[in-house]
Design a protein around this ligand. Structure first.
Ligand code: AMP
Length: 191
């Protein structure tokens, strides 16, 4: 199995690059943000709970996120690998992911971290908000909260993977194709 963590702040291009990586390496996409939005769309209890946190730009509690990821891995165990997008976002989630991988006799191969300046992120998210319909993409205060939460709670996750020798950073600016080539070159070293 090839298991990747695609890491980076909101607006870094994780969704766009995930789509391309999935196609090239035939991976199963696990985007916790997308899964929550699906639950919200379907009006599930999980969706209702998650929405309260998401609407303000805060993180959904670890326990809820981890259970949802566990379920998703379980229903795709025949996959040739996973790409985790927007997960893990806390150290507790990173530890839980290691345990989930171990339970299934596999591991995270590498973390690919996209780096984009804060100014560029805000611009991109507001632009995406014009078409995404996402409340958290349209309000500058909510975007600021998301970036603050990322800097406070999520950046330590990169150190966690760095300590395991698994962190690879990639500039998230330039053309989509260029960034994808840089990511692919790193993934190829894992094959
Ligand atoms: P995203 O689409 O990845 O930007 O996620 C949108 C929102 O969903 C975030 O601002 C959080 O409220 C929530 N969310 C997504 N993934 C996670 C996660 N791994 N842990 C906690 N909250 C999450």
């Amino acid at each position: 199995m090839l298991n990747l963590v695609l890491f980076g702040p909101p607006g870094a291009g994780k969704g766009t690059q995930s789509e391309k990586l999935i196609e090239k390496y035939k991976l199963t996409h696990i985007s916790t943000g997308d899964l929550f939005r699906k639950h919200i769309g379907e009006g599930t209890e999980l969706g209702k709970t998650a929405q309260k946190f998401m609407d303000n730009g805060n993180l959904v509690p670890d326990e809820i996120v981890i259970r949802m990821v566990d379920d998703k891995i379980h229903s795709n165990l025949d996959s040739s690998g996973f790409i985790f997008d927007g997960f893990p976002r806390t150290i507790a989630q990173a530890k839980a992911l290691d345990a989930l991988m171990q339970k299934n006799n596999t591991q995270i191969n590498t973390m690919l971290a996209l780096e984009v300046s804060e100014e560029e992120l805000t611009k991109r998210i507001l632009n995406r908000g014009k078409t995404s319909g996402r409340a958290d993409d349209q309000d500058i205060e909510k975007i600021k909260t998301r970036v603050r939460v990322y800097n406070g709670e999520t950046t330590p996750v990169a150190n966690y993977y760095d300590e395991q020798g698994k962190l690879n950073t990639v500039a998230g600016v330039g053309s989509i194709g260029e960034i994808f080539n840089n990511l692919s070159n790193l993934v190829d070293t894992q094959l």
